[in-house]
Write a protein that binds this ligand. Sequence first.
Ligand code: HEM
Length: 239
Amino acid sequence: MNALIKEQIKRIDSVEEVNCYLSYLLSEAKTLTKEQITMLVWETIAESADTTLVTTEWAMYQLAKDPTRQADRLYDEMRKVCGCNKVKEENLSQLRYLDAVFHETLRKHSPTPLVPLRHVHEDTQIGGYYIPAGSKIAVNIYGCNMDKNHWGNPEEWNPERFMDEKYDPLDIYKTMAFGAGKRACAGSLQAIFLICVTIGRLVQEFEWRLNDGEEEKVDTVGLTSQKLHPLFAMLKPRE
Ligand code: HEM
């Protein structure tokens, strides 16, 4: 990371303006130490790589397991909206089912099952609980997204639940997957663009089927709900 930062500083010094996060931190955040800047830049990489990969892999697992939803709902929608063209960011607002696949995957397989710890600075009441100053609390995102009082059949992967008109298609925070409040995910919009275009392209190009014995492999590993057994699927190029 230090080597990358050095390289970028050289680039910044050699041209008039470089519009990047690091140049912003270097020019505006004068009170930050070198170590703090390194941590901030590292954070965006750490937060963005795993989460987007994990969500895409689980979405492909679910779609490969469910060829009807894959073909009759998702592929069909993309054909109607994009014709023979490749899915692009500009198409996403018209691809409601793709958006529903994304949000349902985030709900069922939240890549960040626990919000990073919050330090409580003053005595406070929240959700009927009294929380004294000095406590540290971790919100259970997995628990929120699987709450039976809020979601019908939470164990079931069912993108149709997000097609209900009560959900605003433009709302990124349909689930708790991106956290909430001032420190909510800073890359949620980028995550939607990246993941939806990737899922869309993978389904436009190939028919996906799970290999025998894959369906049961739903165990996870690590802090970001990675698939313990990497996805094994059969792909057939579409005509
Ligand atoms: C599906 C993908 C993603 C999920 C589910 C996700 C989820 C989260 C969650 C739960 C948090 C903590 C929020 C809180 O404390 O309330 C977070 C923070 C953060 N995320 Fe994401 N994230 C994703 C993708 C990304 C991407 C692509 C980027 C960068 C381009 C990113 C950058 C960040 C950063 C910088 C923070 C820290 C924000 C802060 O502390 O103020 N995330 N993310």
